[in-house]
Each structure stands twice: as structure tokens, then as C-alpha cells.
Design a protein around this ligand. Structure first.
Ligand code: PGA
Length: 255
């Protein structure tokens, strides 16, 4: 199965940005700009506080909602956490899990990523599992080792059907927020490696169906050449998703 069988998926990770009124303005503008875009999945991931409002704004549109993180327990004495049923209740279809900023600043591990992925899937939401090497890993020739560790740890124990409900996002940490995008060839090399890992762990058919997004300084100017790579199925966009025009342009360049 070729790339054409996988629907491109472009997600905007707003990170720690936007009040509710700013989120409404951004989403309303985006909704108009991408209203005619078909054949691509468009996702926004606001902060927890803006999810309910953004969920209302996108109702009936072609934009879908993601959360930036989740906790795996459903309820109970876990102060400060948000559960999968709560995200489902507010209208999320996707949950970003294991973003490098969560790994770096908030103690996220492959084990917690795996628990979160299982919890998300058990409620029929879709995890976007982030993986990616640091600059020193790449410079020391350890990129594949780190990617292998993140991928196999993050998806451990998932059935083939569960795996296919999710998305993997390759985000080289050195390219996030730095303006240093991976070259299309560098992105393709790692995306191809991830697909090979999935082929070995599952099957050729499963590996060829799963979608793998690239993230790290994706902009309107580089989106098309990244998306043209055979194993790049979409983008996870940080900075450039905070402006409706630039995010909409990335969506259009992915088609
Ligand atoms: P960036 O962030 O596009 O600002 O580099 C990407 C991400 O962290 O998902």
C-alpha cells in the first residue's frame, strides 16, 4: 500500500498558548480558511482550559480536537490530572502523548507513554505518540537506538488494530522550536526506519497503513517538500499553528 492510501494528518499543537478568547479567534479564522480542504485530517490541540470552547467553535466543521496530554486513570485522587473520559466528554478525538517537552520537563517515560496510549485506545480515542532523538543522540549516531526505544516502549502490548487507530509523530528534539527543520531526506530516513520497526513487530500490511507525522519547525515554506517524502504522512506543527494563515497554508501544502 502506498502513501496515497494514508490520509494526510496535520495537527496544530498550541502548547502553553492562547486564552479562551484568543483560542476562539484563532479557531474561527482557521475554520474559514480550511473550509474547502478535503482529503486531509485537520486537528487543533489547545490547552485543557480552551478545549470546551474550541470544541463548540469547530462543531460541524472539518477540524477535529486533540488534547496535549492525559492521565491514564479514569477518576480518583490524582490532583491536577485530566482523564480520557473527560477528554471524550469535551469532544476530543485525539490525544498527543509523549511530546518531547513532557519527556524533558515533566518526567514522561516510555512506560507512562504506553499506559496513556492504552488508556486512550480503551476509550476509542486516538493517541498521537511522539518519538524523537536529542541532538547529542544524533551526533553520537544513536538516532535509531533512541527511536527504537521510544517506539517499542510507547506501543508495547498494543494489538494491530489498536496500533492502526493511532498515529506516530517523529519529532527530532533539535528541530522543535529552533527553526532547524530536518531535511526531507533526514525525515524520510527516520520515518522509513519507524515503518521498518513496525513491519518487524507487526506486518508489512500494518506498517504500510499506519500514519507517521513529522514535527519540528514545520512552516508553509517547507511543508510540501516534507510531505512529498514517501513515508511522511503529515505534520505536527507548533509555532506555525498559532497563526491561522500559516497553519491553513501548511494544510493546503499537504494536499
Ligand atoms: P515547532 O513545534 O513546530 O514549534 O517546532 C513542533 C512540536 O513541538 O510539536
Amino acid at each position: 500500500m502506498g502513501r496515497t492510501m494514508r490520509t494526510p494528518i496535520i495537527a496544530g499543537n498550541w502548547k502553553l498558548n492562547n486564552t479562551i478568547s484568543e483560542a476562539v479567534a484563532l479557531t474561527t479564522a482557521l475554520k474559514d480558511l480550511v473550509a474547502d480542504c478535503t482529503g486531509v485530517e485537520i486537528i487543533v490541540a489547545p490547552t485543557f482550559t480552551a478545549l470546551a470552547t474550541v470544541s463548540d467553535v469547530i462543531k460541524g466543521s472539518n477540524i477535529r480536537l486533540a488534547a496535549q496530554d492525559v492521565y491514564w486513570e479514569e477518576s480518583g485522587a490524582f490532583t491536577g490530572e485530566v482523564s480520557v473520559p473527560m477528554l471524550k466528554d469535551v469532544g476530543c478525538d485525539y490525544v498527543i502523548i509523549g511530546h518531547s517537552e513532557r519527556r524533558q520537563y515533566f518526567g514522561e517515560t516510555n512506560e507512562s507513554v504506553n499506559q496513556k496510549a492504552k488508556a486512550v485506545l480503551s476509550h476509542d480515542l486516538q493517541p498521537i505518540v511522539c518519538v524523537g532523538e536529542q541532538l547529542e543522540d544524533r551526533e553520537a549516531g544513536r538516532t535509531e537506538e533512541v527511536i527504537n526505544d521510544h517506539v517499542t516502549g510507547g506501543i508495547a502490548g498494543l494489538s494491530a488494530a489498536q496500533l492502526l487507530s493511532g498515529v506516530i509523530a517523529y519529532e527530532p528534539v533539535w528541530a522543535i522550536g529552533t527553526g532547524k527543520t530536518a531535511t526531507p531526506a533526514q525525515a524520510q530516513e527516520v520515518h522509513g526506519y519507524i515503518r521498518k520497526l513496525l513491519k518487524d513487530a507487526y506486518s508489512d500490511e500494518i506498517a504500510s497503513q499506519i500514519r507517521i507525522q513529522y514535527g519540528g519547525s514545520v512552516k508553509p515554506e517547507n511543508a510540501a517538500e516534507l510531505m512529498a517524502q514517501p513515508d511522511v504522512d503529515g505534520a505536527l506543527v507548533g509555532g506555525a499553528s498559532l497563526q491561522a494563515e500559516s497553519f491553513a497554508q501548511i494544510v493546503k501544502n499537504a494536499l
